[in-house]
Ligand binder design. Structure first.
Ligand code: DX5
Ligand code: ZN
Length: 216
């Protein structure tokens, strides 16, 4: 049996007028629910805050994986944790004092993740590697769903896997442009968690799309 792969559908691609229904569509097949928080500053787009995370929390017992594409994420860790986040992922590029932010995430009781934009090297995390629960390798520039996959991210996943050695932590997560083909590349390179928005919620049957990503 191959290593366990987790699939985290991103609600960014779901119908926001029908969030509870969208969660229900994927609940049987998803491992985590991925929520994209954008502030119009770290990235151009604006999406959701703790209120929406809290609303989603009421619809499911699945882990809520909160991807914070915001400046000064340390100001909102507690709010997202109280809203029901199980993991809080901040961007390397948004945190001059990243080690401290990781400690603050752990103080809330959440799992701590760090996301890397395409231009940020995996090596940048080497000195705090043991403190991380999740490393999120972006395979698009963050900000929007439905973008084309950035192929160099495959090599970055392999670098993260090499840096991890024999350990099973941190989990290696990928996000952006994941579909059947790119999912396969990322799994081969060593990804543990696949985030997918469009490939899941634009499909006629989101549950089937998740099963196909898992088996790809
Ligand atoms: C992009 C977000 C992603 C997005 C992925 O900035 O972090 O989670 O929802 O969407 P797709 O799967 O459509 O590329
Ligand atoms: Zn995301």
């Amino acid at each position: 049996m191959g290593p366990t792969i987790r699939i985290a559908p991103s609600l960014l691609a779901a119908d926001f007028s029908y969030l509870a229904g969208s969660v229900a569509q994927v609940a049987k097949d998803a491992d985590w629910i991925h929520l994209d928080i954008m502030d119009g500053r770290f990235v151009p787009n604006i999406t959701m805050g703790p209120l929406v995370v809290e609303a989603v929390r009421k619809t499911t017992d699945l882990p809520l994986d909160v991807h914070m594409m915001i400046v000064e994420p340390e100001r909102y860790l507690e709010a997202f944790r109280l809203a029901g986040a199980d993991s809080l992922t901040v961007h390397y590029e948004a945190c001059p004092h990243l080690e401290r932010v990781i400690a603050e995430i752990h103080e809330t009781g959440a799992l701590a993740g760090v996301a890397l934009n395409p231009a940020t090297r995996v090596d940048a995390l080497a000195d705090i590697w043991d403190e991380l629960d999740l490393v999120l390798v972006m395979s698009v520039n963050p900000g929007f769903g439905g973008q084309a996959f950035w192929p160099h991210a495959v090599a970055k996943v392999a670098q993260a896997k090499a840096l991890r050695g024999d350990s099973d932590r941190p989990l290696i997560q990928v996000d952006g442009g994941i579909n059947q083909q790119t999912a396969q590349l990322m799994k081969q390179a060593g990804a543990d968690v696949l985030v997918a928005g469009t490939a899941v919620f634009a499909a006629d049957d989101p549950g089937l799309a998740i099963r196909q990503l898992r088996e790809s």
